[in-house]
Each structure stands twice: as structure tokens, then as C-alpha cells.
Write a protein that binds this ligand. Sequence first.
Ligand code: SF4
Length: 163
Amino acid sequence: MAAPLEAPPRTGLRRQSRRSNGGHLHSQDATISDTLLTSGRAALDVLGTTAPAEPAIGLYLHVPFCALRCHFCSFTTAPFREGAMARYLAALHREIELVATAPWTPDVRLETVFLGGGTPSLLEAGELADILGHLRGTFTIAPEAEITVECNPESVDALKLAD
Ligand code: SF4
């Protein structure tokens, strides 16, 4: 069975601010950026010392948005607000790059990729394709890998599935 590799659900990089003023970062943003960079390096230090025990691993990506918050839910979710997915995707792609620099990354292959949530079907087809393309370009994905995307009925239709 593949050892799970769960992408860290909360990392500093995810919340990196990109506010700018005429192309210059505010000093507060620069401080936040420095802090987050340090957090990213610290995360990489941990990743470097936690190599998977076997080469076949599973990758879990958490898409933390839902159209509505269900009262019984205990998962990590946030409202699907304007611009939230774009910010999340920018952070996710940076995080994929970060994990790719772990020294053991060339030695593993992804046997499963699971996008859970939240509601991953809120992703547009192109956004999902970009994620999978980035993973394919970064990691070795087994030819028979199982790739799963959790869907909610209100955010998926035949057209999106066809894409
Ligand atoms: S993850 Fe599922 S159960 Fe939780 S709020 Fe979203 S749709 Fe509801």
C-alpha cells in the first residue's frame, strides 16, 4: 500500500501577500514575505528529514473551498469568494515546487493522486489540468496511477467532466 504524503494543509506560503504599491512591496508585505520564506525553508528542512519509507507514495491535495458551509462538517473549508481560488492555486503551485526540492523527490513515484476538500470540483477544468500537468512535470507518476477528484453535484456537469 502506498504511504500517504499529505501536502501540508496550512503553510505560510499559502497565505503569502502579493499586495504591491507601484511594483514595490509594502514594508509590512516584505516582512511577511521574509517570514513566509523562512517558514517555507523550515518546511523543506522537515521534508528533507522525513523521506517516505518506500518509493510508491500517494499524494493528497486539499482544495479548501465550498460553495456553502455544511453545519455538520469538520473538514478545513473556507467560503468560495472572488479571487480565493486564484490565490490558492498560486500558493499550491509554489508548494509543489517546494516539495519538489526535497532530496528524496527523485526517488519516489506517485501511485495515487487524490484531490479532496472542500470541493475540488469548484476548480475549472483548465485549473485542474494545470495542477496535474505541474505534478507530471515535477514528479514521476506511475502509468497506472489512480487519480481521484472529489465532486459535489452543484459544481460538476457533463461539460466539465468532458473537459
Ligand atoms: S467539505 Fe463537504 S460536508 Fe464539508 S462544507 Fe464542504 S460540501 Fe459540506
